[in-house]
Design a protein around this ligand. Structure first.
Ligand code: UDP
Length: 405
């Protein structure tokens, strides 16, 4: 197939860890790469956010995947919540490009705004289009309330996209349920999870027994909804532990980051400041060694559309204590690969961590199970194979084709 992916704000070429660069960038890069390896021609369309002299129109990501920088709006970084006004121009440019270079067989949009551009460009030539939302406005609004900076039209536009897409690829069962509540027809929803690079993310050759102080690790963008404050608060009841928080801007810029400052002040006020370490942004290739260096990985968001970091930890053979929300309900198996605890509950988190650290054999055993499960269910090869089956289904005019995990 000629597959056009549209990922308006999340470029597969971007550095990760910044406010708007995380799992979606990883997902698009890995899925595009694997689909190309399966013989498809893949183009990823993303918004130009630097002048053309620094960001050529077309860049090869690797063999078979071309990244196309679309001129839509100013050629500089703009927060994703301010990109809606440029989606019409994005869609127009897609139409022109397809008229020039040939029509794709199928379009796979990532995130709701990409869905708008894709739907517009696909309408006239009648190209089938699929969408992976990555996050849903209705869930964000529920949890963030007035702090939600999404455009006010988001909820209604997502509802429309959900009822008109030829295929919706949900990344977890919780998202599929949300989509059904939004009015998406069940026969157009396929659940295909995000994946993990199980070669890059692999266990240490010789796993260490837990140390004292035990090393806890949280990875993620420094945004309040990642619930890093819950992990900091839990430390109060866990005197023999240290917490490393990885992510955010580069280390030298952490002082200017509002969330890093807030977390530091909180840790100091709680008397645990000397046990919380901020690394700032970590190069993605260095992430595996970071997971391997941890005794236990925490993922404590308020909500999480999917959450790649718990999967990366699992692939590195680490048990995870996570919030019982969103994608974690599928990726962390309570009592087998880690523990699920209520979100925003430092006490429950601390007691699950203490129990796990108290039993090194169980911790190691759960880490092994987590690795095995990551390899069989979440390797990108498998995820790409399932995505391919779903996309082929819409190209051939069938509804959501779901290949079992
Ligand atoms: N990540 C990274 N460096 C950082 C912080 C994060 O490479 O400093 C990567 C991390 O390994 C994971 C992704 O960014 O692959 C975060 O994805 P996730 O789905 O957990 O969260 P999102 O940022 O999409 O909400």
């Amino acid at each position: 197939m000629k597959i056009a992916m549209v990922s308006e704000h999340a470029s597969p070429l971007a550095a990760l860890g910044g406010v708007d660069a995380g799992g979606q960038n990883v997902h698009v890069a890995a899925l595009a790469t694997q689909l190309a390896r399966r013989g498809h021609e893949v183009r990823v369309y993303t918004r130009r956010d630097q002048p053309e002299s620094q960001q050529p129109e077309r860049v090869a990501l690797n063999d078979g995947v071309e990244v196309v920088h679309v001129p839509a709006g100013p050629a500089r970084a703009i927060p994703k919540d301010e990109l809606l006004p440029f989606m019409g121009a994005f869609g127009d440019w897609l139409s022109e490009d397809w008229a020039r270079t040939g029509t794709p067989d199928v379009v796979h949009a990532h995130f709701w705004m990409s869905g708008l551009a894709a739907a517009q460009a696909c309408a006239l030539p009648g190209i089938p289009w699929a969408i992976t939302f990555h996050a849903l406005g209705v869930v964000k609004r529920r949890h963030q309330g007035l702090a939600d900076t999404s455009p006010p039209q988001r909820l209604e536009l997502e509802r429309r996209l959900a009822s008109t897409a030829d295929l919706i690829i949900a990344t977890c069962s919780d998202e599929a349920a949300e989509l059904t509540r939004l009015g998406a027809p069940a026969d157009r929803i396929a659940v295909v999870p995000c994946g993990v690079d199980t070669m890059l993310f692999s266990p240490a050759a010789a796993p260490r027994p837990p140390r004292s102080p035990a090393k806890l690790l949280s990875v993620g963008r420094l945004v309040p909804r990642k619930g890093l404050d819950t992990a900091v608060r839990a430390l109060v009841a866990l005197p023999h532990t240290e917490l490393t928080i990885a992510g955010g801007p580069p280390r030298a810029e952490l002082d200017q980051d509002a969330e890093a400052r807030r977390l530091r002040e909180l840790a100091d006020a709680l008397g645990v400041g000397d046990r919380v370490l901020f690394t700032g942004q970590v190069a993605h290739e260095r992430m595996p060694e970071l997971y391997r260096s941890a005794d236990l990985v925490l993922a404590t968001p308020w909500y999480e559309p999917f959450g790649i970091t718990p999967l990366e930890a699992a692939a590195c053979g680490k048990a995870v204590v996570g919030s019982a929300v969103g994608g974690l309900l599928d990726t962390v198996v309570d009592g087998q690969t880690g523990r699920l605890v209520p979100e925003r509950d430092p006490r429950a988190l601390a007691s699950a961590i203490a129990e796990m650290l108290d039993c090194p054999e169980t911790l190691a055993d759960w880490g092994r199970t987590a690795r095995a499960r990551a390899v069989t269910r979440y390797g990108w090869e498998r995820v790409a194979e399932r995505t391919e089956a779903s996309l082929l289904g819409v190209v051939r005019g069938r509804r959501a084709v779901e290949v079992p995990a």
